[in-house]
Design a protein around this ligand. Structure first.
Ligand code: IMP
Length: 189
């Protein structure tokens, strides 16, 4: 069976494809399915945004679809940047904005988490959501050069997400957590 991933991000399609192909699913991008849309992510939760994307592609194709939405929640900032993670500041300035807002805040109070929500709409049109999390702290400065986005300021233990390998990150990340839950669900299907 094939599943359309509501994205044109090749890395996401590969990552999800690697996990689902042993279960007999072929993962293709929305453009490979002939869908050319850019869904406005105007939900106020990760769950809503993931549903908006999956539903838009499902409506056009009538095939099983998945979409994800993810971001960083900083407790001291009441959950900011949250669903605004991708548009919190100009590219290259997002980590610094978080660091500036936490200036003078002691380490214990810098708790944060990455969240990833996957929405799956199956053949029957039913939507299911799976929310993965990875708990950590916002560091005192940017560290490391691997990864992307907020990785240099997100600390798990004494290392930032930008200081560990992709392989290590894929074991503990919010995305891996959500994908594991989704995989368990599909195994039971
Ligand atoms: P989206 O889920 O593709 O809409 O991305 C949301 C935004 O959250 C990204 O642009 C990043 O800024 C941030 N983000 C999500 N996951 C990660 C991660 O694993 N590392 C760093 N930043 C992330």
């Amino acid at each position: 069976m094939r599943i359309i991933l509501a994205t044109n991000n090749k890395n996401k399609v590969r990552e999800v494809g690697e996990i689902l192909s042993p279960l007999g699913y072929e993962v293709i991008s929305q453009s490979e399915a002939g869908v050319d849309i850019d869904v406005e992510e105007n939900g106020v939760t990760f769950e809503e945004n993931a549903f908006l994307k999956a539903n838009a592609v499902h409506k056009l194709t009538n095939e099983p679809c998945i979409a994800d939405d993810s971001g960083l929640q900083v407790d001291f900032l009441n959950g900011e940047p949250g669903v605004y993670s991708a548009r919190y500041a100009e590219p290259g300035h997002r980590c610094q904005k978080v660091l500036d807002k936490l200036k003078g805040v002691e380490y214990d109070k810098r708790t944060a988490r990455f969240v990833c929500c996957i929405c799956y709409i199956g053949k029957d049109g039913q939507a299911k959501t799976f929310t993965g999390k990875c708990e950590g702290h916002i560091g005192l400065e940017k560290r490391g050069t691997n990864g992307f986005g907020y990785d240099p300021i997100f600390m798990v233990g004494d290392k930032s997400f930008a200081e560990i390998s992709a392989e290590e990150k894929n074991k503990i990340s919010h995305r891996a957590d959500a994908l594991r839950q989704f995989e368990e669900y599909l195994k039971g299907e």
